[in-house]
Each structure stands twice: as C-alpha cells, then as structure tokens.
Design a binder for this molecule. Structure first.
Ligand code: ZN
Length: 139
C-alpha cells in the first residue's frame, strides 16, 4: 500500500497530532497514522527524550530515506538537509499544525505525499495478480 493511502486509512483510526508517530492516546502524525494502517509498530529511540526514529517507516516505504530537497515546498532553513521521512514530518508538524509558511491543511499534506511518492512497486502488483484465481485459468 502506498504511504498516502495508508495515511488516509490511518486517520480513520487515529487522530492527527504533531510530533508523535503514536502518542499513546489514539493520536499520531501522518507517518504514524500510515504505519498504524499497515499494522507496523512505530520505532522509538531506546534512549533520550520523546523523539521517534523513522526506521519502521523507512523499512515499509524505502523511498522515505531519499533526500527531499528537490521537492521542498517551503523555505525553512532545515528543509534542504532532510530525507523524505523527516521532511514529511516537518511539513506535518510545522506547516499543518504550526501553520508555518505555507500553511497546509491535512489534505494538502496528503496531496503532497501523493505527488512525491513512487507508483506502487511493480513486483507487488505482480504478486497480487499471481494470487488471483483468474490468472490460474489463464496460465
Ligand atoms: Zn518548512
């Protein structure tokens, strides 16, 4: 499932909140909501304050590890340095919830994810087809 689809689904299960992939009270950021939808537990750093790592998200959607600078839509000084996981979190935390410039809605954020994510992997759709009964008859 694509990240944007998972996030849409996830927000039917959890309330959108900034800064946390799982706040423990039914709230999650966009990436946390997407992980919830595909039943992947979020990864927490084992030491230190409440920051969460993107290991689980990157394992699920490997393109999140790619640099995002060519697709930046804000002028924040940190944005050229980020990978997509961090940048999506930044947009969610600072531009959806913090209302930084540009101020985004949750729908804007989801549309941005759709615009930058790769199409569903060909291997995955082939696997789904080979499981379909029609392809058995065709073969
Ligand atoms: Zn920004």
């Amino acid at each position: 499932m694509k990240l944007s689809e998972a996030a849409r689904l996830g927000f039917m299960l959890v309330k959108p909140v900034p800064y946390r992939q799982d706040n423990g009270h039914g709230g999650a950021c966009g990436i946390g909501a997407a992980l919830k939808a595909v039943s992947v537990p979020v990864s927490h750093f084992s030491v230190g304050g409440g920051f969460e790592s993107f290991d689980a998200a990157m394992a699920t959607w490997p393109w999140l590890a790619q640099p995002s600078y060519e697709k930046s839509i804000c002028a924040c000084s940190s944005s050229p340095l980020l990978c997509f996981a961090s940048y999506l979190a930044h947009l969610f935390d600072f531009h959806v919830f913090g209302c930084g410039e540009p101020c985004l809605t949750l729908e804007d954020w989801l549309a941005y994810v759709e615009s930058v994510e790769p199409p569903e992997a060909a291997a995955e759709s082939n696997a789904q087809q080979s499981l379909a009964p029609e392809s058995v008859h065709a073969a």
